[in-house]
Design a protein around this ligand. Sequence first.
Ligand SMILES: [Zn+2]
Length: 87
Amino acid sequence: MLIRCPSCLCKSRIAASEQLSNETRRTYNQCLNFNCGVTFTQLTSLEKIIRSPSQGSHPPDSTKQPELCLNPNQMDLLVGEPMPCIG
Ligand SMILES: [Zn+2]
């Protein structure tokens, strides 16, 4: 996800984030432009569900989607707590 600096409109990076609720996450961003360097926060929130699961929600199957399952070395700061998996 590209997040532009609000000051110079260059790319920024997400340095850290925190989950505020199941629907909202705050990211701490830093502009990559050395001549700017603005830091700022941004909120990412669920707006609405476009399509609900046809048969209800179920945890991911670790044999089919291991990347979605518990991994203590996971470095993706945008992903919240890993889900417990089946399988
Ligand atoms: Zn900037």
